[in-house]
Design a binder for this molecule. Sequence first.
Ligand code: XMP
Length: 513
Amino acid sequence: MDKEKIVVVDFGGQYNQLIARRIRQCHVYSEVWPYTVALEKLADPSVKGIIFTGGPNSVYDEKSPHIDPKIFSLGKPILGICYGAQLIAYELGGEVTHAETSEYGKTIITRIGDSKILGRFSSPSEVFMSHTDRVSKLPEGFKATAKTEHCPIAAFEAPDKLIYATQFHPEVRHTLEGQKALEDFTYNICGCKPTWKSESFITEQVEEIRKQVGDKKVLLGLSGGVDSAVTAALISKAIGKNLYCVFVDHGLLRKNEAKEVEDVFGPNGKFDLNFIPVDASKLFFSKLQGVSDPEQKRKIIGATFLEVFEEETNKLDDVEFLAQGTIYPDRIESGLGISAKIKSHHNVGGLPKNMKFKGLVEPLKNLFKDEVREVGKLLGLPDSIVYRQPFPGPGLGVRIIGEVTPEKVRIVQEADYIYREEIKKAGLDKNISQYFAALSNMRSVGVMGDSRTYDYAVVLRAVQTDDFMTAKPYLIPNDVMINIVDRIVNEVKGVNRVLYDFTSKPPSTIELE
Ligand code: XMP
């Protein structure tokens, strides 16, 4: 029998992978399957429970997704969430109506009677709602277990049928006690044991990768970032020297970064793989000479990266698979029938178009960032990589306003190094989502000793964000800031002024270009 799991049946909700992740947090394996999955697959003894996700449709829409009602006779515990709850009511003879008042966001529920799934909830309790339709009449044999001001049936269940439903989203953090409902469903109702761990993920993926690629060679572009590093460590564990990692140094990395990557993955590192470093900095600098438009710079860096990557990989014989460090948030959350989208953001220029591969290896594609970090730690990667801040593919190229020159790159590297060193020393590094030094293209007058200077102004940025779509400036304490500024102007030749960028996103972006 396959390993025991909870299957999340995807009806197009935004949070479907989040549900699976919350179940994995209970140390029980969970996967998302499309709603079109064959019933026999769900009938497999390894499937201990089924969760129906939310979705954008109304059960009455002509094109709304439905599922074979025989699913309710499989004898498996089922939990319906939002659209999933309405679908259960509709399929089993209840009624769903279009409510006059939509509920969106934080909402208060009050418990009604006993419940096997809300048994540990307080009453009242704060939950996250996002619906217009609601269940207005329960099917026979069901009882309501919670209500809100506008929704008399906010949760319902029929324990003898093993069916449970919540109109709210237990998987979302705004549902303060949501994890309790998922735990009770997983452990008490489905009878799962909390035995699945990140170690199990590694063992399973190692097997899976071996099965997929056999004795063939796999190519991976290493960027030094968390995702590609964890992918490399994992694949190397599976196939050792059949993994070829090409690391293109475009000369726009942070100070010492290329060396750090080499120390971990190179011949003196602890991983068994082929490490192919390529120092292409001269080529990048020559192509960037005289170019100051941000979009043009990005395009040149992307195209040159691809050119170098292709040239290097063309030297390798019989590579049949391409590996990518795609993680779940990189994929389009298109809802129904999610299909893996090739990550283009991180890969600077997208995929090598002239190379034909037999297949893609993306072992992290269902994981969230913190799960990836956990796997990375277990695989023995150093903290400097596991907790590395996001770094744009075009590197310092988008942190230098205007033309990029080796001299400007040196200035940013030195200033950024000091900034990072001092933030770490002050114990702030884990509190700030992203912080870095950039170079304004501005020079201004200063005085050094008895002489006039006309030097560059460095820009310091520090932001706090959950999703990097919006961000707020992080307030660095004055004493720490004064120390950083003093060190930068004293130690970095060519800088006589330091500015602190205090703008939110929007209207700014996090990077300067
Ligand atoms: P912006 O500047 O758009 O950045 O507010 C949002 C987040 O994305 C990162 N970023 C990039 N990452 N390739 C990447 O892999 C890129 O071209 C790129 N541009 C921005 C940025 O560092 C921030 O975390």
